[in-house]
Ligand binder design. Structure first.
Ligand SMILES: CC(C)(COP(=O)(O)OP(=O)(O)OC[C@H]1O[C@@H](n2cnc3c(N)ncnc32)[C@H](O)[C@@H]1OP(=O)(O)O)[C@@H](O)C(=O)NCCC(=O)NCCS
Length: 252
């Protein structure tokens, strides 16, 4: 098997979760607007601010291009459907696999998580900003607010963003978005290994990354379809490498 070929990447998801990063400084393939479906194009055009349109296009391009690294399906050929609470999932082509993805965009960075046979959620936030008290009280549980106050002096960045990205990643992995009130979940960062979700009935794996000094990223990785917990390795991959490969394939 050639390392990096579609099936070897897909096989590696048996023991890995992949995080694809697309910094705003990286150019998109020139033809990627043409990859949007009629519905996606309509939504893209509805964004009034150019920055929001660009953010949406970067997300959809990363989603399509990254997924095409796992299966021999060209980026424009993927179709997605939106579940009742907002989560996008692959609808076609039928892949015969249980490939899962989760997308997040923030100032300066777009990130996509890819996993197989289990739920996955990702969130990335730009951290060089003030957090209004009202947002902290809305988002954090009383225990998290107390932990945040305790940790704040020792951290370079507000621990709020760690709690927040963990919650969003978890809620996205569950497909519920913020139909669940974020303050009803409670994480603790004061563990020796990884952050822990308190009072969870299932075993979940959580990971935190700092893709740049200005960004905080969290991943939530569920048990497999049979309910079994297995710790996976998080592997970070960069979009430039992926774009170059795709463009090279296109040009051949
Ligand atoms: C899904 C949600 C949780 C994420 O929103 P967000 O942080 O604004 O945006 P992200 O870029 O991280 O994620 C958006 C992506 O999540 C995915 N998504 C949307 N709803 C989802 C759901 N219910 N489950 C899983 N994924 C979902 C989509 O791919 C979406 O990308 P798209 O809009 O380009 O199609 C949203 O429902 C929400 O309620 N957000 C509140 C955000 C907020 O208050 N943030 C303050 C930060 S300090």
């Amino acid at each position: 098997m050639i390392a990096g070929s579609p099936s070897s990447l897909l096989d590696s998801l048996a023991h890995e979760v992949h995080v694809w990063l697309l910094p705003d400084a990286c150019e998109l393939p020139a033809n990627c607007e043409g990859w949007l479906t009629a519905d996606e194009r309509q939504r893209w055009r509805r964004y009034r601010l150019p920055a929001d349109r660009e953010r949406y296009l970067r997300g959809k391009t990363l989603q399509r291009t990254a997924l095409s690294r796992y299966l021999p399906i060209a980026p424009p050929d993927w179709r997605f459907r939106i579940e009742s609470q907002g989560r996008p999932v692959i609808s076609s082509p039928a892949t015969g696999t249980d490939l899962r993805f989760s997308l997040s965009h923030t100032t300066g960075l777009t990130a996509l998580a890819v996993a197989s046979d289990r739920e996955v959620g990702i969130d990335v936030e730009y951290v060089n900003r003030q957090v209004p008290d009202s947002l902290a009280r809305f988002a954090l549980s009383p225990a998290e607010l107390a932990e945040r106050a305790q940790l704040q002096a020792a951290r370079d960045q507000d621990p709020f963003f760690e709690f927040w990205t963990l919650k969003e990643a978890f809620l996205k992995a569950r497909g519920s978005g913020f139909s669940v009130a974020p303050a009803t979940l409670s994480f603790t960062l004061m563990t020796r290994e990884e952050p822990t979700l308190m009072r969870s009935v299932e075993a979940w794996q959580f990971a935190q990354l700092k893709p740049s000094p200005a960004h905080q990223l969290a991943l939530a990785i569920g048990p497999d379809r049979a309910g079994a917990f297995k710790r996976l390795t998080v592997h970070v991959r960069h979009f430039m490498q992926l774009a170059d490969d795709y463009l090279a394939t296109e040009a051949a």
